[in-house]
Write a protein of this length. Structure first.
Length: 136
């Protein structure tokens, strides 16, 4: 993972970036590229694996972001904190679609657990929808 400074002399270390991504409950703004070359932004819930230093998000197979990633793997992302002192992480990477349903659902459950209370009606409803509609 590369680190970049925002304002001259102000930035986060690699450890700081990992900690920020792991602790933030902000949406990740994911940018994919449409067939005509125009960008599309998608707010998504995410999970950051600090060991693998990878970001995971869940998407249904027929959604625009999934369709775009199947054709063009390069993505850009942004996670910002809207509280003072303002900070955030921006980056680009190559997205990979997980094809094993069990693995995709495992990451999906981790993502849901970051934003909802595990066992809550919202968690259960969202997880059931993931299981029933398939995965990216």
């Amino acid at each position: 993972m590369k680190t970049y400074e925002g304002l001259k002399g102000i930035g986060m270390s690699e450890h700081g970036i990992g900690k920020f991504l792991a602790q933030s409950r902000s949406n990740l703004l994911l940018a994919t590229t449409n067939a005509d070359g125009t960008p599309t932004m998608h707010p998504v819930w995410y999970y950051f694996d600090q060991v693998k230093t990878k970001l995971y998000f869940y998407s249904g197979p027929g959604l625009k972001k999934t369709t775009n990633i199947r054709k063009r793997k390069q993505v850009y992302f942004d996670v910002d904190d809207d509280r003072w002192p303002y900070k955030g992480v921006k980056g680009k990477g190559s997205a990979k679609i997980l094809t094993a349903k069990r693995e995709a659902l495992s990451w999906g459950a981790k993502i849901l657990a970051r934003y909802t209370k595990k066992g809550s009606p919202l968690f259960k409803t969202a997880f059931d929808r993931m299981k029933n509609r398939g995965h990216g």
